[in-house]
Write a protein that binds this ligand. Structure first.
Ligand code: THU
Length: 118
């Protein structure tokens, strides 16, 4: 199941719009009830408007009515592509438990210890 999630992240990366960085990224989130949502990075000429793959996947999940993340898989073009700090915070909001990046599988809490929560 989790290997399949990584494969879905890889396939989502093929849709990335990354003409500025040439760094296509794909992400797939698995909900606690078994649904999968994917995202890819979408860049913009105004660089700061870029949206990461992970956040794209989370937005799709929430828009479809789901809020609990079991795991996220991320795939980049060259070597392990760990979620950036902003994406970690957004993944934390929805309870992400596990993270898969290439052949690494880690607890989310190890990526964002002492996470901010209201
Ligand atoms: N990027 C992601 O999609 N996810 C991350 O967690 C880190 C960075 C994207 C943003 C940008 O389009 C490209 O990778 C280079 O920073």
């Amino acid at each position: 199941m989790l290997l399949d999630l990584l494969d879905q992240a890889r396939r989502a990366a093929a849709h990335a719009y990354a003409p500025y960085s040439n760094h296509p990224v794909g992400a797939a989130v698995l909900t606690t009830t078994g649904e999968v949502f994917t995202g890819c990075n979408v860049e913009n000429a105004a660089y700061g408007e870029t949206i990461c793959a992970e956040r794209g996947a989370v937005m799709a999940m929430v828009a479809a009515g789901f809020r609990d993340i079991e795991a996220v898989a991320v795939s980049g073009p060259d070597g392990p592509c760990w979620p950036c700090g902003s994406c970690r915070q957004v993944l934390h909001e929805f309870g992400c438990r596990r993270v898969l990046v290439d052949d690494h599988e880690v607890d989310f809490a190890d990526l964002l210890p002492h996470a901010f929560r209201l």
